[in-house]
Design a protein around this ligand. Structure first.
Ligand SMILES: *Cc1c(COP(=O)(O)O)cnc(C)c1O
Length: 488
């Protein structure tokens, strides 16, 4: 399968590339993204025949349909990572949490958030391709708290790859910070920034355009790659668990073969939702993909009204920080799939030039054939956590934004849980108890354990005991220097 570019091609580079090239060098012409030339379409009978497979075997079948240029040996090694999730026999539990309502828990990996679903196999593949090509890569990642730990965890000790991770000092939960600062030093560098997530992200973006930095890298025989969610190497693995949702319900007898289900995805950069869209195109019986947002509800406007308008929005911090995003990158791949490269380029240029784009009535109609959208206010998020807490299921704030989107239409609905409650324990205990107390994560974790009877996973307890190896907190202006020092 070759990959093509969402905004068309400027002819100064090959118009079609292989997966491995798109993975190592994910930026396409005119600032676009790479997409598979064709999304394969499968028969229902073939999908149904995968019902009894293990998660790893299912993943192998789905990924193979994409015909990526990676060997079976590397793919097997990558998928083996799911054996290190909580339960080898069920790395992605799908639990019934209410009448007609199921929750797919995507956070049973090493860093307790759904980023592990894609980044665990991604790290194996990227490092193996780099080794085969005898090239050295540096991955620069800015994180608001979940991508950083997952990227560090997957690349730890891997050959031919170094990772620098920037996080906003004071902007993450204690658990998220410790997951980064307690990592070994080896090939990893973690830098706390005196500033916000946007400051960290902007600093990286300007580095990518910095000629002096580029020649520094080539003098050190190092190439730059990216592990953010626009990399198709991550998207591929995010298609699989939407197949798994349908098959799990089918296997349990909750639905009949071909019976359509609704999905609800807590969305930020739209990677998770894009995986659902591709799964639907490949033939999984999915009816509506609900896009859940928090107060940063630009996607709600797009899907309900066809308008994407940054001028009308200011980013507000919420208790679901991984969804505090206004420029949702992967939407572009849906626009491309529906409206083609020319129109996508036009819309994205409108966004760059006027901070806004608007779909036509027909385009909006087409988008709404697959998607629906709602957003939850902070109070609605807290109420959802409290309501489900009473039914003995503890949601964390990102997952809780899904609840409002669940329709009472008799269809089975699967919502996606994108993090374990342990990563956002202070918000969770306050929501469960209807309080608004300030406390450390450790205190909140112990309270939830004592009052609500949830056990604390060993992976979380142990990071409070590990030594912190990465203690640098630097000024925004010192980022380049910090990275260069690490590389040399
Ligand atoms: C990254 C993340 C999201 C958003 O996922 P996208 O694929 O960017 O839409 C939602 N919840 C949590 C906990 C996350 O870490």
């Amino acid at each position: 399968m070759s990959f093509i570019e969402t905004r068309g091609n400027e002819n100064s580079r090959p118009s079609e590339v292989e997966f491995s090239d798109a993975m190592l060098n994910p930026s396409a012409s005119y600032g676009g993204l790479y997409v598979p030339k064709e999304i394969p379409s499968l028969d229902l009978s073939e999908i149904d025949s995968w019902k009894d497979l293990s998660y790893i075997d299912l993943a192998k079948n789905v990924i193979k349909k994409l015909k990526l240029d990676i060997s079976d040996e590397i793919l097997d090694e990558a998928l083996e990572r799911y054996n290190h999730f909580d339960d080898k026999n069920d790395p992605v539990p799908v639990k019934k949490i209410d009448e007609n309502l199921y929750c797919s828990e995507l956070w049973h990996g090493p860093t307790r958030a759904f980023k592990d679903m894609a980044l665990q196999p991604f790290g194996v593949i990227l490092s193996r391709i780099a080794q085969a090509r005898k090239e050295n890569y540096i991955i620069l990642a800015a994180t608001s708290g979940d991508t950083g730990p997952a990227a560090l965890s997957t690349f730890e000790g891997k050959d031919n790859v170094k990772v620098v991770c920037l996080y906003p000092d004071g902007g993450t939960s204690d658990v998220q910070r410790l997951q980064m600062t307690t990592m070994p030093k080896s090939n990893l560098k973690v830098l706390g920034i005196k500033g916000s997530f946007d400051d960290a992200q902007n600093a990286l973006k300007s580095l990518l355009k910095d000629d002096e930095f580029k020649s520094f890298l080539s003098n050190h025989d190092t190439k730059l790659s990216a592990a953010n969610s626009v990399n198709f190497g991550r998207i591929a693995f995010q298609i699989v668990y939407h197949f798994h949702s349908y098959l799990k319900l089918l296997k349990e007898g909750a639905i009949k073969s071909g019976e359509k289900i609704d999905l609800v995805v807590p969305s930020g950069n739209f990677g998770n939702a894009l995986g659902a869209y591709y799964a639907k195109k490949m033939g999984v019986p999915i009816d509506c993909i609900g896009i859940a947002s928090n107060d940063n509800n630009i996607l709600t406007d797009l899907i309900n009204d066809g308008v994407y308008d940054l001028n009308s929005k200011t980013l507000v911090p919420t208790i679901s920080p991984a969804m505090d995003i206004l420029k949702s990158s992967n939407v572009e791949r849906v626009l491309f799939d529906k409206f083609g490269p020319q129109r996508t380029k036009e819309l994205m240029e409108d966004l760059e030039n006027t901070n806004k784009y608007q779909l036509t009535a027909d385009e909006l109609k087409s988008l709404r054939e697959d998607f629906d959208a709602t957003f939850s206010t902070e109070d609605e998020v807290r109420s959802a956590i409290q309501d489900f807490g009473k039914k003995d299921y503890v949601l964390e704030p990102h997952t809780a934004t899904c609840i409002k989107s669940v329709k009472d239409n008799g269809k089975k609905t699967v919502i996606y849980s994108t993090a374990e409650w342990t990563k956002f324990s202070v918000s969770v205990i306050n929501a469960l108890d209807g309080t608004n107390k300030e406390m450390k994560d450790l205190e909140a974790l112990q309270l939830i354990n004592k009052e609500h009877g949830l056990s604390l996973p060993e992976l979380v307890v142990e990071i409070f005991e590990k030594p912190e190896n990465h203690l640098d907190i630097i000024e925004k202006t010192a980022i380049k220097e910090g990275i260069e020092k690490f590389i040399s």
